[in-house]
Design a protein around this ligand. Structure first.
Ligand SMILES: [Zn+2]
Length: 206
């Protein structure tokens, strides 16, 4: 379970798992639809560039509910930038209960990695629209989430990335092997900290 947002130093935040860094995109061949082969043929940040995770981790995101948006650099020069990390956690708050918690930074790493990947191909910074990040147990029940939803633990996000279809976005997320990826009609779910798994979403969010 997550605790309320009470981080005092970057030391308390776990570094992204190495599995994320090593996740290869080679397996993506054949997964991406034909019209997105440009993505497939280009930058492969996870596996071909070891320096990738040493670069400043900048993300451009928007909360789909509140409209709040911004660009955040939550990691640079070997450490977390707490102000921006907090801002991201706050942006992903549970609106129903007005509560924010510490989000597993690997959730944002996936936003960063997929955006950087997209940038490598299109030379354009995409926006990731977040529809749901943190949920209290109560909210999770109300929205019909799975009882063991990783959103409750601050280890998941739902959303989509400007410029790619949910199908392509799911394939990009999956390539990093960071956890679960769900493909829904209009968005993707991604979570971290468990074995890579993929599903096509029904009505129930996980
Ligand atoms: Zn979800």
């Amino acid at each position: 379970m997550s605790s309320p947002l009470t981080i005092r130093s970057a030391d308390q935040i776990r570094a992204p798992r190495r599995s994320l860094l090593l996740g290869g995109l080679a397996s993506l061949a054949g997964v991406l639809p034909r019209k997105s082969q440009a993505v497939n043929a280009g930058l492969n940040p996870g596996s071909t560039d070891p320096a990738f995770w040493q670069q400043p981790r900048a993300v451009k995101v928007q909360n789909a509910d509140t409209g709040q948006r911004g660009e955040f650099v939550y990691w640079r020069d070997g450490t977390y930038v707490m102000e921006d990390y907090y801002a991201l956690c706050t942006l992903g708050f549970d609106r129903r209960e007005n509560k924010a918690v510490q989000i597993d930074p690997r959730v944002f790493d996936l936003v960063y990695a997929t955006q950087a990947w997209y940038f490598g191909i299109e030379r354009k910074r995409p926006l990731t629209l977040l529809t749901s990040v943190y949920r209290t147990s109560k909210t999770n029940r109300i929205v019909g989430g799975s009882p063991r939803s990783t959103h409750i633990e601050g280890k998941a996000a739902d959303g989509d990335m400007e410029g790619v279809s949910p199908k392509v976005y799911a394939a990009m997320l999956l390539a990093f092997k960071a956890g679960g990826v769900g493909l829904y009609e209009k968005h993707c779910h991604w979570d971290v900290g468990r074995s890579p798994t993929f599903w096509r979403g029904g009505k129930v969010e996980s």
